[in-house]
Ligand binder design. Sequence first.
Ligand code: NAD
Length: 296
Amino acid sequence: MKANASTLGSAQIIDGKATALAIREELKVSAKRLTELGAKPGLAVVLVGEDPASQVYVRNKDRAAEAAGFDVHTIRLPEETTQAKLLAEIHSLNDNPDVHGILVQLPLPKGGDLNERETVRAISPDKDVDGLHPENVARLVMGERGFVPCTPAGCIELLDRYEIPIEGKHAVVIGRSMLVGKPIAQLLLARNATVSMCHSRTADLASMCRQADIIVAAVGVAGLVRGDWIQPGAAVLDVGINRGEDGKLCGDVVFDEVRQRAGALTPVPGGVGPMTIAMLLRNTAISAARAAGVEL
Ligand code: NAD
């Protein structure tokens, strides 16, 4: 799926939905092989409370994991769960050899004594398939084997599968969150891109973007990245998920403008979004393979 980076007015649309489906098919094969080796991948998803959006996310993750042939352990805890009870659940999952990946759906309910940082730290780094444990953050920065957060991993996978070169390129990352901006910057750096981190206090975002070969927009502001910010042929990954004025889902990028100049562009929906679950499953399969002492 080589991107055509030279034609103006016709960015290649990066199909994250199709790419994610292809990865999930590949993972079915891996899961079958691991199951034959006695290491069927097991994903534990912990959901505290009744938040409707979280319930949808958890259901989607469960279904995707089951469809790929993984074991799914869904732990639903009531809104009033205490931190001690939540930690006890996590410790028991850490000790369960059938569980290779543990995910606690965030945000946790407010009002009680639940503490997200402490909760993430309680997950064994070797089962932290969301890549949020400080140990995994450190491993990413140090170039050591660990788990990489799923959305940033999905961005790199899209660039690779569309054969968009990273090494030596100037990548501009907009957004500096722990979930997306910082890890994607580290991943691009590890692949020998020259990385500029931009954020809400960046003085002239437009001129930074005009120097970019790769732009990753991870902000959460609809209509932020305009067509005239784009160097002709640049690859643009739109991570943002927003509701436009028309009520429809949209990213951070003005799609119809940017596609006129970019070489490749992810749509919203159907771009980076579907890759997140695919990478969660891949991290879980990797964890199962490591536990079994085999290569995926
Ligand atoms: P966040 O709110 O934690 O971080 C947003 C970042 O954007 C901050 O670092 C801030 O400095 C920067 N920012 C804010 N306003 C800016 C501006 N005007 N110009 C430049 N930078 C600005 O958000 P997040 O968790 O990193 O998520 C970012 C977006 O990505 C959101 O829309 C979120 O819904 C989406 N997201 C999508 C996926 C997925 O596709 N699966 C996963 C995670 C997040």
